[in-house]
Ligand binder design. Structure first.
Ligand SMILES: [Mg+2]
Length: 221
């Protein structure tokens, strides 16, 4: 029997928490992180800031250049942990098979639950949005790797530029290769900038290109 794995990732988590605590920030370009004159970096940025090119891990000084009216908010990690714990306890109420992989991300093995996976996922997303006022994206697939990539695909397909994506992507059993094949190689877990550059040199652009190369050659490379 194939497994059903649900991956959940909260959208712009630190910023979303700050918006709950301070609704005046809603819709504004802001970033959680360190001050630009103290070599601070962007830990999380709102969707209005993303629309201007601001990204996580960017130096705050660069973020300010891209977005002159950027509001800088100091991180409150204890608060984020509390919100995270609320979300994780909701997940553990569904199943004990929860693997938390970061403060705002987890896998759930929902294979043995009676509820329809789509129904369960949409209810969970709505519950987190209504009760905790947090946006999240979900991917469902037959394994963790594909479920996580499904979440990313959902986030990237967001049409409304300065709103959270609320992604929801389901990859049916047997459709994994077809789903992965056209995606850029760097969407594969573990392919960072260096590996991606090396793959590009070899003419490998997509995950499908990787799959077509003989395994032995890839290992040697
Ligand atoms: Mg996240």
């Amino acid at each position: 029997m194939p497994r059903t794995i649900l991956h959940l990732d909260l959208d712009a988590f630190y910023c979303s928490v700050e918006e709950v605590e301070n609704p005046e920030l809603k819709g504004k370009p802001f970033a959680v992180g360190g001050k630009p004159n103290e070599r601070g970096v962007v830990a999380s940025c709102s969707y209005a800031a993303r629309a201007k090119g601001v990204r996580s891990a960017m130096p705050m000084s660069k973020a300010i250049q891209l977005c002159r009216d950027l509001i800088i908010v100091s991180g409150r990690h204890k608060l984020y942990s509390e919100y995270s714990e609320h979300v994780m306890s909701k997940l553990r109420n569904l199943t004990p098979l929860v693997e938390q992989i970061s403060i705002d991300e987890a896998f759930l093995d929902i294979s043995n639950l009676d509820e329809d996976p789509t129904r369960l996922a949409l209810d969970l997303q709505a519950d987190i949005r209504v009760e905790l006022q947090l946006p999240s994206s979900i991917g469902i697939a037959s394994n963790k790797l594909v479920a996580k990539i499904a979440t990313e695909v959902g986030k990237k397909s967001n049409k409304i530029k300065d709103m959270p994506p609320f992604g929801f992507t389901i990859v049916p059993v047997g459709k994994e290769a077809e789903f992965l094949s056209p995606l850029p190689a760097n969407m594969l877990w573990g392919v960072g900038p260096k590996t991606y550059a090396r793959l590009s040199e070899l003419g490998i652009k997509t995950i499908g290109d990787i799959a077509q190369w003989p395994q032995k050659e890839l290992i040697n490379l």
